[in-house]
Design a binder for this molecule. Structure first.
Ligand SMILES: NC(=O)c1ccc[n+]([C@@H]2O[C@H](COP(=O)([O-])OP(=O)(O)OC[C@H]3O[C@@H](n4cnc5c(N)ncnc54)[C@H](OP(=O)(O)O)[C@@H]3O)[C@@H](O)[C@H]2O)c1
Length: 375
């Protein structure tokens, strides 16, 4: 029998197709997917994570209690913060324990539910871990997608925490205004590939920083940056000064370290710095570096403001709606770096620290036919 959600809430063509897909997936669940596969942390890494720091296990698909639902994960996200999860956990989250399923977000489909708020067929993203199937009670930053603008993998990129970070970081934290000169580091990564385009939408003038000439070309040709600086081959401080002779109104920092220092030296009076991330420092353990020139913030009345995306959870639906509309309008192009197979997860995480990814790094671990042609 058709689930009432699709009979009442959707147009008939949409719901027919979607319903068939759900039936297919549910059938698959009972017939084929009795076993789960998951990556657990095998030992604490020394420096950059290695595949041998993790162990791939086969276990039964977990059973579901009242108030819970079962998610088949279709895409998994890779994020620099995962290096902290396995080392010290960072400031907000505790470290992943040895033997525990590796922490991370995924997007997938509810394939069975005993939860009043989540129905079979709902597309959800949440902290499902590095595994094929996850049980959830809907708490802890689980988000039901209303709109995925053509591809459910967007739930990890532009229409997930990555895009929401770009959105709130630029609009709320950096308070971007038309005419601002906006510098973005990590400009071709997951967050940065969205920030530049949002800055354009806001009528600002985005400049990017990235680690290769190829990435700088992508920044300008595909991500709407006016210009981009290769921090591995150029003098970042003087190039910023050339490209922004009146100074930077906004610096959106994804990397920290020396690039943050170079940006601080180029801020204009009453400029705004949004501290989003600090990937250059995540593996530095005891030798993390802060900006030696931080006192320029005082001389220039600059506001430097850190933010964490979890604190914007009550406004995620607002961000999803606006970002999805911009995708449909052709003003925002999601950029995704997709590789295949659950077995690729450790290598995919290494790619972030090897500067190998362009756009949001995701791994596809199941058929995504749910996303074909539904929007
Ligand atoms: N505040 C929050 O709530 C929040 C939420 C999400 C993400 N973040 C942070 O935002 C930043 C971007 O996240 P993301 O998921 O979009 O990752 P990402 O930018 O896709 O991260 C990978 C990229 O970082 C760059 N990178 C790697 N090592 C570097 C180094 N030593 N120095 C400078 N750049 C380096 C590389 O690009 P290049 O080729 O340019 O080197 C690489 O492709 C991260 O710092 C992350 O922790 C914060």
């Amino acid at each position: 029998m058709r689930h009432p959600r699709y009979a009442s809430a959707r147009s008939s063509a949409w719901s027919d197709q979607y319903y068939q897909i759900c039936v297919k997936l549910m059938g698959g669940l009972t017939q084929t997917y009795s076993m789960n596969a998951r990556w657990v942390l095998a030992r604490r890494p020394v420096g950059l994570v290695a595949e041998s720091d993790f162990r791939l296990e086969e276990v039964p698909v977990p059973s579901m209690g009242d108030g819970q639902f079962l998610v088949q994960v279709i895409y998994l996200s890779l994020a620099p913060v995962m290096a902290q999860y396995v080392l010290d956990g960072g400031v907000i989250e505790k470290p992943v324990a040895i033997g525990e399923t590796m922490r991370g977000r995924g997007v997938g489909l509810v394939v069975a539910s005993r939860h009043a708020g989540f129905a079979v067929g709902d597309v959800v993203h949440g902290p499902f871990g590095w595994q094929k199937f996850a049980i959830s009670d809907g708490k802890g930053l689980v988000f039901k997608m209303r709109d995925w603008a053509g591809a459910i993998s967007n739930g990890l990129g532009v229409l997930g925490l990555t895009g929401f970070t770009a959105y709130f970081g630029l609009f709320d934290v950096a308070r971007v205004r038309a005419g601002d000169t906006v510098l973005v580091s990590g400009a071709v990564g997951g967050v940065g590939s969205v920030v530049g385009q949002l800055a354009r939408i806001a009528g600002a003038d985005p400049l990017g920083i990235a680690g290769s000439d190829a990435k700088c070309s992508i920044a300008v040709e595909s991500l709407r940056y006016r210009a981009a600086i290769n921090y591995n081959s150029e003098n970042v401080r003087s190039r910023i000064a050339t490209l922004a002779p009146d100074g930077l109104n906004v610096y959106f920092d994804n990397v920290g370290g020396e690039i943050l220092e170079a940006a601080i030296d180029n801020m204009t009076h009453e400029g705004r710095i949004a501290i989003c991330g600090s990937i250059s420092q995540y593996l530095a353990n005891d030798s993390k570096k802060g900006p030696a020139n931080y006192f320029n913030i005082v001389y220039r009345n600059v506001r430097m403001h850190g933010f964490h995306i979890y604190s914007y959870a009550s406004r995620f639906a607002e961000a999803e709606a606006r970002l999805a509309r911009w995708i449909r309008d052709g003003r925002l192009a999601p950029r995704e770096d997709r590789i295949q197979g659950l077995e690729s997860m450790p290598a995919a995480l290494q790619r972030l620290f090897a500067s190998a990814n362009t756009g949001k790094q995701v791994v596809q671990i199941a058929d995504d036919s749910v996303s074909v042609g539904v929007s």
